[in-house]
Write a protein that binds this ligand. Sequence first.
Ligand code: ZN
Length: 239
Amino acid sequence: MTRTAFSAVTALCVTLGCALVIDSATASIDSTYRLLRFDGQHVKWGEAELGAGAKVKYAFVDAPRQFAGARNCGVLVPIERLAIRHGISQATLQAEAAAAFRVWEQAANITFVPIDEPDRADILIGAQGHPAGRAYANVEYQSAGNDGVSVIDRAQICLNPYHGWKVGFDGNVDVYDIRYTLVHEIGHAIGLDHAGPSGQVMSFRYTEQFSDLQPGDLRGVQKLYGVSTQSMTADSAAD
Ligand SMILES: [Zn+2]
């Protein structure tokens, strides 16, 4: 099956002045979210059916990896490069990533499983081998779609190790919170596009006004995967 690599999406793009991928045909009536649309198809994990749930494995890269054809995240290197520069432990980075995945897991019928083998992972996370911008996601999907939906086969999330990073909000929007940034990038990696400049986690401006998903984020992810089957009680208890 032919794969198409798409250089999707650029997180927090406004910082870079990079162009948004906007196709007027994709604009939903609900302007608080926007689904990615490539070659006329929405993209999602699992089945090629809007509202169908999915299970996705993720891993951190353990050695440099190249992704041919990817404009974003073309080279991923181990996240240690970022951790060491910013005095953030690897364990903390992994915990922040787990928390970021959990945010989406609690919102929709999608589950994320951390694994130690990058070769088997669906979503790979690393530092940028060729640093640029702040953070990006790249989505690869199957070219043969079904009823307007294509299945994502692989995605990469990469952070620029040379920019400032922190854990938690402190009001300084020049230094990005890792968890918030990962929530945004994971949103792209599961099929969401930017939802305008502000007001949602999937908006392209970095903000510290909220840390949870906003109503448009929820509607977008639930359109793709359906509502979460997890017990909210259990989730609250776990937190
Ligand atoms: Zn983005």
